[in-house]
Design a protein around this ligand. Structure first.
Ligand SMILES: [Zn+2]
Ligand SMILES: [Zn+2]
Length: 336
C-alpha cells in the first residue's frame, strides 16, 4: 500500500509498504479519510532525536472501518470513526480512571505516527491502519459532521479542550487567559467561549491567529509576553516558551488552575514557586487524555457549538500531500 513516510530530516516521501492485517480479535483495520497535521508535526520532520525515521506520518485522523476482528461489535464495516492518537485499552485501571494517555497495557508514549519513538504503531497517512483495542478506542462520527472538520479532534482539539472544559463545567463566572503560539490555543479559546466562560483573553504574537481568536469572541492582546496579565481563574500556556509559561502561572487568580500543554525538553526548568504558593495554584501539565474528551467534543460539534474547522489553514487532496507535508504551515487537513 502507499504510505507517506518521513525518511530523513527534512525528507518526506510516498513509499510502498506492506498493508497491516488483523493481529487480534479486538483489532480493526481502517482507511484514513481525513488526516490533520499536528502542531508537533512540523518540528517532527525537521528531525527530533526522540523520533528517529523512517516511519509513516500522521496521527490525527478520521477513518472508515474496512475490516473487523471477531470480538468487535461496537462498530461496523463502513462506519466513520475518530481514532484517538494515543493507544489505550480502555479497560485497565488507568484507562478506567480516565488516564488513557498512559494505558498500563502498552509501552509508554504509545501512539500512531511517531515510528519507534511512539511504540512502532502505524501512521495515518497510509491506505490502511491497524487499530488495537478498537471496541474502546474508536468513537463513531455523529451524523452530519464532516470528517475534515474533526480530523484534529484525535489530538490538538482535545488538547485545547482539556485546558478549560473540566474547570468550566457548569460555571459561567470564570475567566480564561490563553497565552498561545499554536493552534491548540485557538481550540482552547473556542472551547472556552462555547462553554460560557465569563471572559476569554487570548495573547499571541501572531496577527492571523489573534484575528481567529477574536472571531470566536476572545479579547486579544498582542505578544511578546508581559511579565503578567490581569488575573484569570483559568490560565493556559499553549507555547513552549519559558517566559509565557511563567506569565501564565503568575496571571492565575487565587485558587485558579494553570494548564501548560507545551513540551519542554528540559527536566530542570525553573518555576515561579513563590508566586504559585502565594496563589494556591493548581498546575496541570502532561499528555492530554484525549480518548476521554472526544465524545463530548463531537457532541458539541454536531450541535454547532464548536467549530474546529475554522482554524484549518489549508485543505489538501491526498495525492498532493507530499510537498505540503514537507513544508507545513499551520493546521493542514489531507482529504481522500
Ligand atoms: Zn500531536
Ligand atoms: Zn489501558
Amino acid at each position: 500500500m502507499r504510505a507517506l513516510q518521513y525518511v530523513a530530516a527534512g525528507r518526506v516521501e510516498w513509499d510502498d509498504i506492506p498493508p497491516p492485517t488483523l493481529a487480534s480479535d479486538g483489532d480493526v483495520i481502517v482507511e484514513p479519510v481525513a488526516v490533520a497535521s499536528c502542531d508537533l508535526d512540523a518540528a517532527l520532520v525537521t528531525g527530533l532525536p526522540m523520533f528517529p525515521p523512517p516511519f509513516t506520518l500522521g496521527h490525527e485522523f478520521v477513518a472508515r472501518v474496512v475490516d473487523l476482528g471477531d470480538d468487535v461489535e461496537q462498530v461496523r464495516e463502513g462506519d466513520l470513526v475518530v481514532v484517538p492518537f494515543q493507544i489505550s485499552c480502555g479497560a485497565c485501571r488507568r484507562c478506567t480512571s480516565g488516564i488513557t494517555a498512559n494505558c498500563e497495557r502498552v509501552p509508554r508514549r504509545s501512539m500512531f505516527g511517531f515510528g519507534a519513538g511512539g511504540g512502532s504503531w502505524d501512521g495515518a497517512m497510509a491506505d490502511r491502519v491497524r487499530v488495537p483495542f478498537a471496541a474502546r478506542m474508536l468513537v463513531r462520527l455523529p451524523a452530519g459532521v464532516s470528517p475534515a472538520a474533526v480530523a484534529s479532534v484525535s489530538d490538538n482539539v482535545a488538547d485545547g479542550w482539556r485546558t478549560v472544559a473540566p474547570h468550566l463545567a457548569g460555571r459561567t463566572d470564570r475567566s480564561v487567559l490563553i497565552l498561545s503560539a499554536s493552534t491548540i490555543g485557538l481550540y482552547a479559546a473556542d472551547a472556552a467561549a462555547a462553554l460560557g466562560a465569563e471572559r476569554v483573553t487570548y495573547v499571541d504574537p501572531d496577527a492571523h491567529r489573534r484575528e481567529l481568536a477574536a472571531s470566536v469572541g476572545a479579547d486579544v492582546i498582542e505578544g511578546p509576553w508581559q511579565r503578567h496579565y490581569g488575573p484569570a481563574d483559568i490560565t493556559v500556556n499553549a507555547t513552549a516558551e519559558t517566559d509565557a509559561l511563567h506569565a501564565a502561572v503568575r496571571s492565575t487568580a487565587p485558587g485558579g488552575v494553570c494548564t501548560s500543554v507545551g513540551i519542554y525538553w528540559d527536566d530542570a526548568l525553573p518555576m515561579p514557586m513563590l508566586s504559585m504558593y502565594g496563589i494556591s495554584l493548581t498546575f496541570v501539565t502532561g499528555r492530554a487524555n484525549v480518548r476521554v474528551a472526544i465524545p463530548e467534543i463531537l457532541e458539541l460539534v454536531a450541535a454547532g457549538r464548536l467549530h474546529p474547522e475554522q482554524f484549518t489553514a489549508l485543505t489538501v487532496p491526498w495525492d498532493d500531500a507530499q510537498p505540503a507535508w514537507a513544508n507545513l504551515r499551520g493546521k493542514t487537513v489531507f482529504v481522500r
